[in-house]
Design a protein around this ligand. Structure first.
Ligand code: DQA
Length: 146
């Protein structure tokens, strides 16, 4: 089973970016934790980040036939991107929405996710553990689809 992790804008700045909100781990630290758990779960992981909406759309399109599940932290594009939502719908790959922070406990503009209705589910508020929970959900979703 192959899982595609996609990370949106500004997540490359984790570690120094608002650590009181997002914690002190870098994205590379989070990726290392994900890879360790992936070994235990015996799943393959591809882990990417882009600040560009179109690049994320391209990666979602290209995932068809290659990945069974997408785990997506779309960052700010969560709240703005019809293009990402349409890409998820178009490819039909089950997608798990994740966030480090509890977006529902923050500013009102973060309460709305344009991608949530086309995702299998949402995990938010557990810091870097949201990524691990996202991967475990991906394994569950894949088993359910067999
Ligand atoms: C985020 C939450 C978003 O609202 C924000 O724009 C981010 C990160 C999170 O992981 O908590 O960049 O997706």
């Amino acid at each position: 089973m192959k899982i595609l992790f996609l990370n949106g804008p500004n997540l490359n700045l984790l570690g120094t970016r608002e650590p009181e909100v997002y914690g002190s781990m870098t994205l590379a630290d989070i990726e290392a934790e994900v890879r360790q758990r992936a070994k235990e779960l015996k799943v393959e992981v591809d882990f990417r980040q882009s600040n560009l909406e179109g690049e994320l759309v391209n990666w979602i399109q290209e995932a068809k036939g290659k990945f069974q599940v997408i785990v997506l932290n779309a960052a700010a594009y969560t709240h703005t991107s019809v293009a990402l939502r349409d890409a998820i719908s178009a490819v039909g790959i089950p997608t798990v929405e994740i966030h480090l922070s509890n977006v529902h406990a923050r500013e009102e503009f973060r309460h709305k996710s344009l991608i949530a209705p086309v995702c299998r589910g949402q995990i938010c508020g557990f810091g870097s553990k949201s990524y691990i929970l996202g991967m475990e959900s991906a394994v569950y979703v894949n088993a359910e689809n067999k």
